[in-house]
Design a protein around this ligand. Sequence first.
Ligand SMILES: [Zn+2]
Ligand SMILES: [Zn+2]
Ligand SMILES: [Zn+2]
Length: 177
Amino acid sequence: MTNPHPAPPNPVPNPARTPSPGLAFREHDHTTCALDILARAEALTGAAGARLTPVRRRTLEILLEAHAALGAYEVLDRLAADGFGRQPPVAYRALEFLVEHGLAHRIRRMNAFAACMHPGEAHQPVFLICRGCNAVAEAPAGGVRPALDAAAHLAGFTVERASIEALGLCPQCRAAA
Ligand SMILES: [Zn+2]
Ligand SMILES: [Zn+2]
Ligand SMILES: [Zn+2]
């Protein structure tokens, strides 16, 4: 899969280390963006006493390519094409490692995975999922989680974990519709 949102011919340098909300949906210097995330992933796994092995790194690169959510079998096909073998556990283990180390998120409604754009930062994102191109952006949950907690409280329910995912159209797909 190719990047559906290629950078403009003269990309402006990445101004901030932390990508702004919705970056995945906008034209940006994706080469710099992906290299930055990969460098942060190397540093984070090293600090955690783990290793971004070639298959783990390649899996993250695949997820980063288009900021899109990919299923484990799509990842497996890509890994197999790159010579990492065709055994499903190869993809599952690499994806689990990335999720465990906060380098990827599980997108539950699509049974898929997306690279995290804020590795190493404590965040509880709302996932914005484009139904046109499968691109996934993270937006700060802001007041969403307190509102959810309050609604749950009225039902006498304590929320332990929540994954907030919204389905819709990204700016490019909306413009093309
Ligand atoms: Zn990017
Ligand atoms: Zn994230
Ligand atoms: Zn889209």
